[in-house]
Design a protein around this ligand. Structure first.
Ligand code: ZN
Ligand code: ZN
Length: 402
């Protein structure tokens, strides 16, 4: 005898809710991030009458005028040892455009990188202009051209903006991306920048506070704290937020991958919190340039030694040093950060290839970090270091849990 309709509907509803409950439970089991994030101490950004603040309160900095005066009378920064010419790779634009299967990264220059993760194309802080400045005729000039121009890019799905300084958020660049064939990318930005983008005609944007999560192009993405500041003029200091980004393939992905992009930052305990919240990163993009003089640049910019500390704090398996070799913003020579990074990485006993830099335009395959995309078809993957201790450490890093 058939069951009455009411009973059948009740059983169907119970079956649906049981399925939903088991999906939710298994998703939580697979991804402990929400619980760890809640316990990590990461919270929304502090806000005062003067604007957003860092976790450790307002930045305490020396005199801007003293810095500029010293820079002028001492002729700083000194030019790079070999002049303003760095080794350049010409990216394989065809391979990059076709790539939907390999996790890869291409360094465009400064903090601009193309990340290809799980078939999704992501740009960090895209700046293609000739100056990091409000005007085209003055301000810090670009010393190395962008390794990819907007028309050479594959269709970009997601743009991550760390903060509104001119070397990270460039009007012409975001407008070019907004007009890309096939429709605009999603712009993920810190609090306060959505309206700024809307004023430039860019509406496909979402703004996040520290600790907030969203999903874009099928990836889970969080905005996380950094120690820095913001301004595009004398009148808007700290009115918009700053921070870093975490990008993860969703729980249950066949090839889980997690990336941390630190933005611009001084050193603080935030990185230990980020490490506690996310457990492990396959790749971290960490700034290594913009640090001299320390008495002035120290609070908002890490030096290479502190960049290595961030690498340790966030539990990265591999890191690439960015924010160097492109715009001459501070007093160290443009070629110094990689040298100081190599010294700091050696002093910390990191494996040889754990925290390195790329050539402008270099593409690396992220699942085989020592191999470039252009080497892919003609050479086997480069061997890892013969140093046993280093190899052991690399193996340990490879085993970290998510
Ligand atoms: Zn900045
Ligand atoms: Zn910067």
């Amino acid at each position: 005898m058939p069951l009455p309709l009411r009973v059948r509907l009740l059983l169907a509803a119970l079956a649906i809710s049981a399925t939903a409950a088991s999906c939710g439970a298994s998703a939580q089991q697979n991804d402990p991030t929400p619980e760890r994030l809640a316990a990590s101490g990461i919270h929304h950004a502090p806000r005062a009458d003067s604007g957003f603040e860092n976790d450790d309160g307002p930045l305490v900095r020396g005199s801007f005028l003293k810095w500029r005066w010293n820079r002028l009378i001492h002729g700083l920064p000194p030019p790079p040892a070999n002049g303003y010419a760095f080794p350049v790779d010409h990216p394989d634009v065809g391979w990059i455009s076709a790539n939907r299967s390999e996790n890869a990264m291409t360094w465009i220059g400064h903090a601009s990188t193309l990340l290809q993760i799980g078939g999704v194309n992501i740009l960090t802080d895209p700046v293609f202009s000739g100056r990091a400045s409000p005007v085209a005729f003055a301000g810090p000039k670009r010393r190395m051209p962008p390794a990819l121009t907007p028309d050479q890019l594959p269709h970009i799905d997601v743009v991550l903006i760390s903060h509104n300084h001119y070397d990270h958020l460039d009007t012409a660049s975001v407008q070019a991306l907004n007009a890309q064939p096939g429709g605009p990318p999603v712009f993920l930005v810190p609090l306060g920048i959505k309206d700024w983008l809307a004023n430039k005609g860019i509406t496909n944007a979402q703004e996040l506070d520290w600790g907030d999560q969203t999903r874009a192009a099928g990836l889970d993405i969080w905005f996380v704290p950094a120690t820095h500041w913001s301004a595009r003029s004398l009148a808007d200091r700290n009115e918009t937020l700053w921070g870093g980004w975490v990008v993860k393939t969703p729980a249950g992905a066949r090839h889980p991958y997690a990336v941390y992009f630190a933005g611009d930052t001084g050193y603080s305990d935030d990185f230990k919190r980020i490490g506690a919240a996310f457990g492990c990163f396959d790749l971290a993009l960490i700034p290594i340039g913009g640090y001299e003089p320390r008495w002035f640049m120290g609070p908002p910019h890490v030096d290479p030694q502190q960049a290595v500390q961030i690498f340790e704090d966030v539990h990265a398996k591999k890191a690439i040093g960015i924010h160097w070799g492109t715009f001459e913003l501070t007093d160290e020579p443009l070629d110094e950060p990689p040298q100081k990074l190599a010294e700091a990485a050696r002093a910390a006993n990191l494996p040889d290839d754990a925290f390195t830099v790329l050539r402008h335009g270099q593409t690396i395959l992220l699942d085989a970090p020592a191999q470039t995309a252009s080497d892919k078809s003609s050479h086997p993957p480069a061997k890892t270091s013969g140093n046993t201790a280093a190899a052991k450490m690399a193996a340990t890093r490879g085993a970290c849990t998510r």
